[in-house]
Design a protein around this ligand. Structure first.
Ligand code: AMP
Ligand code: ZN
Length: 763
């Protein structure tokens, strides 16, 4: 495997340095590519074997001087030419165009009709660079992935959509007692060892067909007839046409000793048995026992931090790409320097491409979690039965702006002082234990304006935006007015709560070290607007109901797109509340982009992707850097790593995501109130779905049967724990993690008592 050098390398094969040859030579100079000229075939071949150029351009205009097709064949016969782009320069002719097939048969990738102008040559090279050469680079990355798979200790096989084995790694063949290559191309059902697996695939296909992975125990037969118990994870891979084209199976033998087996046994047994009391606690305890923790543990000096950092390494939110990254990282540890460096490049490519797709773990045993996944993470289409596309007048209302008249809520004048009870309710606004519900009461459900004024002043946002406090007030008012106070959960108190959590995170040392003032302003504004005009229904509901918003945004991130778009329309639509009006264009563009990106990050379909990227690109590299101690150079390396534009974006997204769902980390009383509010909103949605004959997207949230404690346990287990472990490992948030633990145990106690309500009976 060989990697693309920093500069592209081009080999020109021209028998004489004519205008065409010079054209390409100068074009290479202009593009910053290294260029070599060879004048005859043998020299060209030797040069290619030595340097393995990315692009070879061969003069095909004078067959008597240079047999271009023979040279191309010779190059192609070298095993390193697989990823090389070879271009044949042909004559411009008045006669009928010659067929390109002989060139293709000889191994040329493209044909270039002679044109010596610098720009024509330059254009050709640039098109090649961004087209063919880039594709080849990706293919090379695939080679490294397959190398990693080949070396993996886990048995892995890949089958096609019709169950033909397309790849089996050596570990798989050894496990099954088969010879190398013996399985490739066979149908699963024809291979004795996999007879049952074909059945298994059929059985679980209904599950897998909707894009979920399956994990469980499978009994396979070795070639010698032995039965083996395997822990199998089957992951469908969506390919061409959006259909499932492959199944990847990752297999571990079950001897009951590895961690993954224990987890799976646990998942399996959960489906048959009552939920084990204290499972959450036990998991935490077991990760406390892990010795190999990040270096920050010593600095933090508490077992709690040990546990957060240790858990990062055993997170279950593994997209296949995460697994590949882990395999490559592990391989790096025992590799010589050149290989390590090459693998660094692979990791770089893998981390910056969009290969992160969420993998929903085996959650079928937990109806609350799978309903939350169905309701929050899927796009709503999967449950669509096809006859629900009618518009409700209620939702049609959403398509328009919702300027509630100022008469409904008396506007604050710019000179209004903050009334003392409100000022008192905001006194401890810098602490995590600040109570937003008190502020809600004293402001008569207008906490956002007041908390916004105080918080934005603390962060000097008006100075940053170059706007007056009066404009900020008007802006906060119009935004707050467009939150629906009739929603139990998604009202302006929720947005004020998210603003509070955002401001709290922004004050933490690690965040100050990472983010710029523009990021701070973007975060505070994004938190304020992030759910504006929320209808109290989920995206899935809006898609199923064919609401105008779902139609407008093509069933994609419907609400989040609407929150961001509406907020900008409201802001720009009235000079009085346009907080951006004095900003310089480029600054505004950067700020706007940051705000939109953060609001869109609150969409739950990409939850696992965001968390997974954060863990891989921030937590893990950070732990590695900090292992080397607390020197000044070390600190500088950490800051440089964190402050790249890509990593700052990951931190901003994680920050707003954590602020958005921090309610399970609030003091118990507040946590319980939020749980009551979100449950009521979900119940109302289920009521309406039933009433209108729409698909019920979260059936467990039925007010007559729902166990709120169970739903909270599932929500915390599935969405919250891993995310806050990662966030805590980065930011250091002992208060939040203490509350989370305490609240989780509270819900467990209620669940153990089999209570459906929110509060235990009086003693
Ligand atoms: P947002 O709509 O931006 O507030 O996104 C957060 C998502 O998490 C929403 O879909 C909420 O319904 C959901 N959520 C937040 N807190 C809870 C909770 N305590 N229990 C269940 N779902 C929650
Ligand atoms: Zn929200």
């Amino acid at each position: 495997m060989r990697f693309h050098p920093d500069q592209l390398q081009v080999l020109l094969v021209f028998t004489k340095e004519d205008s065409q040859c010079n054209g390409f030579w100068r074009a290479c100079e202009k593009a910053g590519f290294t260029c070599t000229v060879a004048k005859e075939a043998q020299a060209a071949l030797a040069c290619f074997r030595d340097r393995h150029h990315d692009i070879v351009i061969i003069d095909h205009r004078n067959p008597r001087q240079l047999d271009a097709e023979a040279l191309c064949r010779s190059i192609r016969s070298s095993k390193f030419s697989e990823n090389t782009v070879i271009v044949g320069v042909v004559r411009r002719t008045d006669r009928e165009e010659a067929c390109v097939l002989p060139l293709l048969a000889a191994g040329f990738t493209r044909r270039y009709v002679e044109s010596p102008s610098l720009m024509a040559c330059y254009n050709e090279l640039r098109q090649l660079e961004l087209g063919e050469v880039r594709s080849q680079l990706k293919l090379r990355a695939c080679n490294s992935i397959f190398t990693a798979l080949d070396k993996s200790q886990e048995a892995i096989d890949i089958t096609s959509e019709d169950n033909v084995i397309q790849y089996a790694n050596p570990a798989f063949e050894t496990t099954m007692g088969c010879q190398s290559g013996e399985l490739i191309g066979k149908k699963l059902a024809e291979v004795p060892i996999n007879e049952k697996k074909a059945d298994l695939l059929n059985t679980i296909n209904s599950y897998i067909r909707i894009g979920k992975e399956w994990q469980g125990i499978h009994y396979a037969k070795r070639k010698n007839g032995d039965n083996v118990k395997q822990n199998v994870k089957i992951i469908p891979v969506v390919g061409q046409g959006g259909k499932i084209r492959h199944y990847v199976s990752i297999i571990r033998m079950c001897n009951g000793s590895t961690k993954a087996e224990k987890i799976t046994e646990c998942v399996q047994s959960d489906s048959h048995t009552e939920h084990t009391p204290g499972k959450h606690k036990d998991r935490r305890k077991s990760s406390l026992d892990v010795k190999a923790v990040g270096s920050r543990a010593s600095e933090a000096g508490t077992p709690r931090r040990h546990s957060s950092i240790a858990r990062i390494h055993s997170m279950t939110i593994e997209a296949p790409i995460t697994k590949v990254i882990n395999i490559i990282s592990a391989a790096q540890e025992s590799s010589p320097m050149p290989v390590t460096e090459a693998l660094d490049r692979v990791l770089e490519i893998l981390r910056t491409t969009e290969l992160y797709s969420p993998q929903f773990g085996a959650k079928e045993d937990d109806p609350h979690a799978s309903d939350l996944v169905g309701g929050l993470v899927s796009d709503g289409l999967r449950r669509l039965s096809g006859n629900e596309h009618f518009l409700s007048t209620k939702n049609a209302r959403l398509a328009g702006l919702q300027h509630l008249a100022g008469a409904v809520l008396a506007p604050l004048s710019p000179h209004d002082d903050i009334p003392p009870p409100i000022a008192r309710a905001m006194e401890n606004e810098g602490c995590w234990d600040f109570n937003i519900f008190e502020l809600e009461t004293v402001t008569h459900k207008r906490p956002l304006v007041y908390l916004g004024l105080k918080t934005f002043a603390r962060f000097r946002v008006c100075e940053f935006l170059n706007c007056s406090e009066a404009t900020l007030r008007s802006w906060l008012q119009i935004i707050e007015t467009n939150y629906h106070s009739s929603n139990p959960y998604h009202n302006s108190t929720h947005s004020a709560d998210v603003l509070h959590a955002t401001a709290y995170f922004l004050c933490k040392e690690r965040i100050k070290q990472t983010l710029d003032p523009v990021d701070e302003a973007a975060a505070l504004i994004a938190a304020t607007i992030h759910d504006v005009d929320h209808p109290g229904r989920t995206n899935s509901f809006l898609c199923n109901a064919g609401s105008p918003l779902a139609v407008l945004y093509n069933d994609t991130a419907v609400l989040e797109s609407h929150h961001a778009a509406l907020a900008f329309r409201l802001t720009m639509g009235d000079d009085q509340c346009n907080i951006f009006k004095n900003m310089e264009r480029n600054e505004y563009r950067a700020l706007r982009q940051g705000i939109i990106d953060m609001v869109l990050a609150t969409e739950m379909t990409r939850h696992f992707e965001h968390v997974s990227k954060f863990v891989n690109s921030i937590n893990k590299p950070l732990a590695a850097l900090e292992k080397d101690g607390d020197t000044r150079e070390g600190q500088e390396a950490v800051t440089a790593m964190l402050r790249t534009p890509e990593n700052r974006a990951l931190v901003r997204r994680m920050l707003i995501k954590c602020a958005d769902v921090a309610n399970p980390c609030r003091p118990l009383e507040q946590c319980v109130e939020w749980a009551a509010r979100i449950s009521e909103e979900y119940f109302a949605q289920t009521d309406e779905e039933k009433l209108r004959g729409l698909p019920v997207v979260m059936p467990v949230f039925d007010r007559s049967t729902c166990s709120i404690p169970r739903s909270q346990i599932s929500f915390i287990d599935y969405f919250i724990t891993d995310m806050f472990d990662a966030w805590d490992a980065f930011v250091d948030l002992p208060d939040l993690m203490r509350h989370l633990d305490h609240n989780f145990k509270y819900w467990k106690r209620l669940d153990d008592m089999k209570l459906r309500s929110l509060r235990p009976p009086p003693e």
